[in-house]
Design a protein around this ligand. Sequence first.
Ligand SMILES: Nc1ncnc2c1ncn2[C@@H]1O[C@H](COP(=O)(O)OP(=O)(O)O)[C@@H](O)[C@H]1O
Ligand SMILES: [Mg+2]
Length: 244
Amino acid sequence: MSIEIEGLTKHYGSTRAIDGIDLAFGDAVKVLALIGPSGGGKSTLLRLLGGLETSDSGSVRIDGAAVPRDEEGQRAWRRRNGFLFQSFNLFPHLTALENIVLPLVEAHGWTRDAARARAREVVERFGMGDHLAKRPAELSGGQQQRIALARAMAHGPALLLLDEPTSALDPERKAEVLDLVEELCRAGQRTVLSTHEMGFARGSADAVVFLSAGKVVESGTAEEVFGAPKSETVKAFLGKVMRW
Ligand SMILES: Nc1ncnc2c1ncn2[C@@H]1O[C@H](COP(=O)(O)OP(=O)(O)O)[C@@H](O)[C@H]1O
Ligand SMILES: [Mg+2]
């Protein structure tokens, strides 16, 4: 996936959530990790990449195509992608299976039969075959997040955008979800994720961007950013979060 970001800004009132970002990654980058302190702009950048938000200025191109700025274009852009957020945003009144089937039918125009077959396939692949008929409240947090991940990728997204997908989970459940994300990435799913799981970012991302106060402090390969951070900001951050 090529990603080209030029002069990107997004302000909320006086907050510069994204404050003039330039980045360029070529096709070799399949998995991109956004790291850095809370409030640094990770979620905002993911939302801009996914067409959930309109920038104030600048441009984002993915595989040569500009992320649309108009509402209709953004709706179509969003459908191409898959999203997973920190907290489980499953429909509470629907079964696990229906949570996956419904968007395939409603947003992507699949027939119900095709959608059900696909939903079963991904749920089996994610080790959740015994839980198809359960509602979210009957599932653990990790199981809910696995269903949410299945939903995000069932339609074969051009880009999978994951915003701290494991930060609400306990360690064991974290590992279960990260294993699946890694499996998807290894299978070639192009992914941009924000994460505080430094081991995962270092081990699985082709490129890492450190964001702080809406700016790119460092970017490079995982080995460059983790193995030989250049800036004091990144060194201090990693020193703190990798200490324990
Ligand atoms: N919808 C919003 N309205 C107002 N401020 C926001 C909104 N979204 C994000 N911000 C602010 O933008 C900054 C960047 O936030 P965010 O992108 O969520 O950072 P991160 O994901 O790295 O924690 C923060 O100061 C945050 O408070
Ligand atoms: Mg965030």
